[in-house]
Design a protein around this ligand. Structure first.
Ligand code: FE2
Length: 188
């Protein structure tokens, strides 16, 4: 039987990465189209901001920071230096970039060129950051985690991931945020 997303310490998180990457890549394509003269749709950008804030950060990074990273620390990986410290710093950078987008959105919609520049810079910066960040997790840190967190510790971690399934993120369930991604990707 093929591995299920919850068979390993990182399976569910790797699955979430694929959705985040698909949404980030679709934003990248729209930014490239804007560079070619096609105007950005601000309602569309608001959906990206909501997805990045609630799914990528609150739901996904929340599980990494509250569950996976402490699990690695319990196995001896340091918190303040090395891969965990780098990932935490990148999560903070991502939050700043998404906040920059959110704060610029209304003024950009009103035609403020400075806000439009900030919105674009935040979006480009976030896409570049998150694609590289996920690459580091998928190919380095998560491979280490799959070696370090096994057996009962792995089952406990996956059970804790499952517990988050009933959570709401700013009032929205994980399933609603996944549907938002499908809408963004034009799959609905
Ligand atoms: Fe991640």
């Amino acid at each position: 039987m093929p591995n299920q997303p919850t068979d390993t310490a990182t399976g569910l998180l790797r699955t979430e990465h694929q959705l985040i990457l698909a949404v980030a890549n679709s934003l990248s394509a729209k930014l490239a189209a804007e560079g070619a003269g096609i105007a950005l749709d601000y309602d569309d950008l608001a959906r990206y901001i909501t997805f990045f804030r609630l799914f990528a950060d609150a739901c996904h990074h929340g599980k990494e920071e509250d569950m996976l990273f402490p699990g690695l620390e319990a196995q001896g990986m340091p918190h303040d230096v090395g891969p965990i410290a780098v990932m935490l710093a990148e999560h903070d950078q991502g939050r700043s970039l998404v906040r920059m987008m959110a704060e610029a959105l209304d003024d950009a919609r009103s035609g403020d060129p400075q806000a439009s520049g900030d919105l674009r810079a935040g979006a480009v910066g976030f896409v570049d950051l998150i694609v590289a960040h996920i690459g580091k997790e998928d190919h380095v840190l998560f491979n280490m985690a799959d070696e370090m967190i096994v057996g009962p510790d792995c089952r406990d971690l996956c059970a804790r991931y499952d517990e988050t399934c009933g959570r709401r993120y700013d009032g929205q369930t994980k399933e609603e945020l996944e549907r938002l991604a499908e809408e963004i990707l034009g799959r609905t």
